[in-house]
Design a protein around this ligand. Structure first.
Ligand SMILES: Cc1cc2nc3c(=O)[nH]c(=O)nc-3n(C[C@H](O)[C@H](O)[C@H](O)COP(=O)(O)O)c2cc1C
Length: 429
């Protein structure tokens, strides 16, 4: 069996799509997220990971026109306001809103995540990012981002402090002893006097110890330093690597790093990003994919905008018919290196027209795609897929009511949830 997660965001995404309903405005209401959360829970997913950033993109062509005209990563809703709606509408699903360790004070994060974990009965967590864009840093009063690896050093200490704050309350500190008039046992609540390189905090936290002890953390940094951060701190890693050999190498590398940090190899799961294209027949699915490729070729701007967003390099300033430029970045390093590797021998125009199908291309009927996903997981060794779909009901339904039942009939995904807590379900197999 393998795990499934949905990767999406709480911003405008599919406002032009014929099947997106009131896509231009639906994203502003909780109902869309509630419907999607219920659908993926019914389908047996482990979690939804909610994407985020704190800036209006302006790298591409040096201004915000592309982002604002297209609704590209702007505008967005605040994830920590949207997440409780989804948790309340579900019983088993984990929800991981993205949270930047660089700009979110540890005390506040510890309190927010403990609260979400309590409100949901042990399904809270966060997708940790270090922020990759200078504009974010400028929105928080800095001139630019700190050096790539330093951001991860700070992130390590952030996790350490947040964890100490959660542990500043023993799990059994709440005694509710009516006979002796003791609500919380003072001996079970501790000052921490944390003093590190980046943070200081006295403690204790003024929230109870979270039901999961530690809410679930995921992250997606794929550089060596990013994988060390994952191996030290998180329960789930998501990645954009492509091809079976690379997927296997990525997972083997992470498992080796887990052992270096004294953790069990199965204590952190890897989800590989995929974007299945489904049809009632193989031919219909292939036609859908061909139409998507043609649309991309006709509008390579959107891919140039995406590449600029992640790399921090303005792809609007290069000659489209010259070979792909050499890229060096302090932003998303592994994503940029992946772009470089995949574009060898191509011009920028050719590369930007290239379809990005995810870790492996999945095109076919639900049953054919389910079979292929099963084979891929056997070859890679685990642990699951991160499904990336447009955020509207028809697109989600193809996955939850077409693909997921086909996967379940093959015994490839869960048939129910064994435990009340998110992490226990995630680490069950
Ligand atoms: C599937 C996936 C999802 C990501 N989601 C976000 C996100 O929501 N917000 C963000 O700031 N960065 C996001 N990132 C970027 C990562 O946090 C990280 O910056 C990037 O993978 C580069 O890491 P590296 O510099 O260690 O290679 C995502 C990356 C991947 C692969």
């Amino acid at each position: 069996m393998f795990h499934l997660g949905l990767f999406t965001g709480c911003g405008v995404q599919s406002w032009k799509d014929m099947w997106s309903g009131e896509g231009a405005t639906d994203w502003m209401s909780p109902q869309l997220y509630i419907d999607v959360a219920r659908a993926v829970e019914r389908a047996g997913f482990d979690c939804i990971i909610l994407e985020d950033a704190h800036f209006v993109p302006d790298v591409f062509r040096g201004n915000t026109d592309f982002a604002l005209k297209n609704g590209f990563h702007a505008p967005k809703m605040d994830l920590f306001v949207m997440t409780p709606f989804m948790l309340t509408a579900t019983k088993h699903l984990g929800i991981l809103p993205t949270l930047t360790t660089t700009f979110h004070p540890p005390y506040m994060a510890a309190r927010t995540l403990a609260t979400l974990d309590h409100l949901s009965g042990g399904r809270g967590g966060a997708n940790l990012v270090m922020s990759h864009n200078d504009r974010t840093a400028q929105n928080f009063g800095l001139d630019g981002q700190a050096d790539h690896d330093l951001r991860y050093d700070q992130g390590d200490e952030w996790v350490q402090l947040v964890t100490e704050l959660w542990n500043s309350w023993d799990a059994d500190a709440l005694t509710v002893d009516r006979d002796n008039g003791v609500y919380v046992d003072p001996a079970k609540v501790h000052e921490i006097h944390f003093s590190g390189r980046f943070y200081r905090s006295r403690g204790p936290l003024n929230s109870l110890h979270p039901p999961q002890g530690r809410p679930v953390f995921s992250q997606a940094g794929g550089s060596g330093r990013g994988k060390d951060f994952a191996a030290r701190n998180v329960d789930l890693v998501m990645t954009n690597v492509t091809g079976i050999d690379t997927m296997k190498a990525f997972r083997d590398d992470l498992v080796a790093r887990l052992e270096t940090f004294g953790r069990k190899p199965d204590s952190c799961k890897v989800m590989f990003n995929v974007a299945p294209v489904l049809g009632e027949t193989q031919r219909e699915a292939e036609e859908k994919r061909a139409a998507a490729v043609a649309a991309r070729e006709a509008n390579i701007e959107s891919n140039l905008g995406w590449m600029s967003y992640y790399s921090g390099i303005d792809f609007g300033k290069f000659d489209l018919d010259a070979p792909m430029p050499q890229m060096h970045t302090n932003a998303s390093r592994s994503t940029t290196q992946n772009l470089q590797a995949k574009s060898t021998g191509l011009t920028l125009r050719e590369f930007a027209s290239y379809p990005s199908g995810g870790a492996v291309e999945l095109v076919g009927t639900p049953d054919a795609v389910a079979a292929q996903m099963g084979e891929v997981m056997v070859e890679v060794g685990g642990d699951g897929f991160l499904i990336q779909q447009p955020m509207f009901r028809r697109a989600i339904s193809e996955i939850t009511d077409g693909l997921a039942p086909a996967l379940r009939r093959r015994g490839l995904i869960r048939d129910g949830y064994s435990y009340p807590h998110f992490r226990d379900n995630l680490l069950e197999f």
